[in-house]
Ligand binder design. Sequence first.
Ligand SMILES: *[C@@H]1O[C@H](CO)[C@@H](O)[C@H](O)[C@H]1NC(C)=O
Ligand SMILES: *[C@@H]1O[C@H](CO)[C@@H](O)[C@H](O)[C@H]1NC(C)=O
Length: 287
Amino acid sequence: MVNEADKRTWHDLPKEKYLKPLIFHDGRLAIRPNAVSILTVFMWLPFATLLALIRIILALSLPYKISTPILVFSGLRLRVKQPNTPISNTKGLLYVCNHRTLLDPLYLSTALGRPLTAVTYSLSRMSEIIAPIKTVRLSRDREQDANIMEKMLSQGDLVVCPEGTTCREPYLLRFSPLFAEMNAEVVPVAMDANVSMFYGTTASGLKCLDPLFFLMNPFASYNVEVLNKINISSTCHDASVSSVNVANQVQKELGKSLGFECTRLTRKDKYLILAGNEGIVNSGCKS
Ligand SMILES: *[C@@H]1O[C@H](CO)[C@@H](O)[C@H](O)[C@H]1NC(C)=O
Ligand SMILES: *[C@@H]1O[C@H](CO)[C@@H](O)[C@H](O)[C@H]1NC(C)=O
């Protein structure tokens, strides 16, 4: 039994005092549900749907130079940091970023001001259709994926998120080493995103609504920090340096730049915890 006087001193437990670190969670609501916030959410919903549609149409129909300021005005904040020495572009560059939402490749394209091709592990058909940049689906078959990526790299710049799935909290999942086996120059990109009302990611819900929920936020902020190019050829001609080491090195570098903690967790761990399956994605809406 707790008396009223005791209750008044209760407060939210800070994250660092949790018994176990909170790494994975699911659900759409990004704010603590209380009477006022829930009322606000319901009053916002009709505008939100309209706003999301307008944002999608703007992003699809206008060139970056025109659409970006309008989208920023609509509440989608974007902060970009680039290295002082511009990245010289000899052949296809491989941008390797951590994965916050499925809009990561889009925000990077916007930040760089030119369309990139995104290679993705899991993207619903709906997202593929409304994506304003080219997307290529990977098969999770090592050899086949390597071939796909080599081919795309010979045609231009690529962006890949080797975590394979999104993470909402300040942690980095294990980086799949495939990208480090490509004969390409790797540019690590640190991504961070915050939403004000709805999460644009889900493990057990309807994936096709992810972009919609993200764009329904009154405000959503994104930080994109392009780091210095790393020279894989110089680390890899030493045969003892494997692609796994390179992947770990990139993960560490991104973790340092973001202030995020690196973990060995994988996509499989996330889906086992959140959805009770191994996260095998079919091409439909549900996964
Ligand atoms: C998101 O919120 C965290 C904690 O409040 C903050 O440290 C971080 O800079 C924010 N990121 C963005 C992209 O706004
Ligand atoms: C990358 O490493 C190779 C081999 O060590 C070297 O020739 C090249 O200049 C390096 N490139 C950069 C950008 O450091």
